[in-house]
Write a protein that binds this ligand. Structure first.
Ligand SMILES: NC(=O)C1=CN([C@@H]2O[C@H](COP(=O)(O)OP(=O)(O)OC[C@H]3O[C@@H](n4cnc5c(N)ncnc54)[C@H](OP(=O)(O)O)[C@@H]3O)[C@@H](O)[C@H]2O)C=CC1
Ligand SMILES: Nc1c(N[C@@H]2O[C@H](COP(=O)(O)O)[C@@H](O)[C@H]2O)[nH]c(=O)[nH]c1=O
Ligand SMILES: [Zn+2]
Length: 350
């Protein structure tokens, strides 16, 4: 096999194991690394929960015979770090262990790294190959990269709709999708840092917006409720997980409840997005309702849409949003279908 395809083969293994860290490493990216000696994987690692060792450290520590490191290649999905954060620089450890060759999926745009890790390795005589499976590695790090490059969270729109395109009723919550889709949605909730709904959804559904059907973290809950109409007895106020209510009336900070006053005479979404950026929130899933999702579509502030469709027919109700995107995935779970779209419309911010 050619060296390029050998590199791709080991990088794809890095990508596979990196995904084990999704949702647990914020604000760090989730990274995968493997160490190869004489065409054999002798060590593997992915990013630990926030504050713990990075992927390269875990991979190096997993090698049984450290003597082999000097003759090995380290593969990693993202450029090794060069700064002291919660842990010392991975680039320094690689140099100290005298690892001969490093293959990097993509450079790290984070201002404290931004090519510094790559340069440090080069200056210390490490043979470095860049941009192996770059697109796949960019996709893996889409939340982290969007946050640092566009200065806003990665935004996922998610909704469920009937076969004839309805998603809700004016007065009562009516469930559309099956239990398998529901569990998947809870898994998604563990993967994103924040979840947002509009006022009508909060009032009609009294949603919990937690991840009770999957193991993992609950996201930060967010609602947009200009006049603070959501009753205090509703789940959103139960303080079971951090919750922000954007409103026009009050600023309040309690342990897990934040009422945040914003200017409703100005555009709302940029204020919400900016608040999340300031709070270091790298990803946001919008779970409805129709109007709220439509506002994000109209301002072209979305990256991905996940639309779950069932085979039920309602003939009436609140219509689901319409979206123009490029389909990147189609899946079926019994009578439900999931279509995933990507936003390729460029705006000034991109
Ligand atoms: N099938 C599904 O996946 C889902 C279905 N639903 C269903 O959808 C229905 C509710 O949807 P819908 O009626 O469209 O309402 P929304 O839940 O989208 O709430 C809309 C309200 O939220 C506030 N709001 C949200 N975004 C903004 C913004 N950018 N600027 C200003 N105000 C904003 C406004 O409140 P104000 O009026 O105070 O200004 C607005 O009227 C319910 O029936 C619910 O069951 C809900 C979620 C998902
Ligand atoms: N009706 C509907 C969804 N509705 C979404 O789920 C929220 C309820 O969350 P929770 O209270 O945590 O169970 C609700 O407010 C709305 O955002 N989701 C779906 O996958 N399929 C469905 O058919
Ligand atoms: Zn590192």
């Amino acid at each position: 096999m050619k060296q390029q395809s050998i590199d791709e083969m080991y990088m794809s293994r890095c990508i596979q194991i990196a995904a084990n860290g999704l949702g647990t490493t914020y604000p760090n990216p989730f990274v995968g690394s493997v160490i190869v000696h004489n065409n054999k994987i002798i060590g593997e690692g992915f990013t630990s929960e926030y504050g713990g060792p990075h992927a390269e450290v875990n991979a190096i520590n997993s090698v049984k015979n450290p003597e082999l490191l000097k003759e090995s290649t380290l593969y990693v999905t993202l450029e090794p770090c060069a700064h002291f954060g919660k842990t010392p620089p991975c680039a320094d450890l690689i140099i100290k262990k005298e690892i001969k060759r490093v293959v990097i999926g993509t450079l790290d745009p984070f201002s404290k790294v931004n090519g510094q890790g790559y340069l440090r390795l080069l200056k210390n005589g490490v043979d470095v190959t860049l941009n192996i499976l770059e697109n796949e590695c960019l996709e893996l790090n889409k939340r982290f990269l969007t946050f640092h490059q566009k200065k806003r969270p990665y935004i996922i729109l998610k909704w469920a709709q009937t076969e004839d395109g309805y998603m809700g009723r004016d007065d009562i919550q009516k469930w559309i999708t099956n239990q398998y889709s529901k569990q998947l949605v809870h898994k998604w909730r563990t993967e994103e840092e924040a979840i947002l709904v509009g006022k009508n959804t909060a009032l009609i559904d009294n949603p919990q917006l937690n991840s009770r059907l999957w193991n993992g973290k609950n996201p930060l809950r967010i609602a947009i409720d200009k006049n603070l109409a959501i009753p205090r007895s509703f789940h959103l106020f139960d303080q079971s997980q951090p919750t922000v209510i954007f409103n026009s009336l009050e600023d309040v900070e309690e342990e897990n409840l934040f009422l945040k006053k914003i200017d409703f005479s100005e555009k709302i979404i940029p204020q919400v997005i900016d608040y999340l950026y300031q709070k270091n929130i790298q990803s946001l899933i919008i779970e409805g309702g129709s109007d709220t999702i439509q506002y994000f579509i109209e301002t072209n502030l979305w990256d991905e849409a996940r639309i779950l469709s069932s085979d039920t027919i309602w003939n009436e109700g609140i219509l689901a949003p319409r979206i123009k995107g490029t389909r990147i995935g189609k899946y079926r779970f019994l009578n439900d279908e999931l279509n995933i779209f990507e936003n390729r419309i460029q705006t000034e911010e991109s």
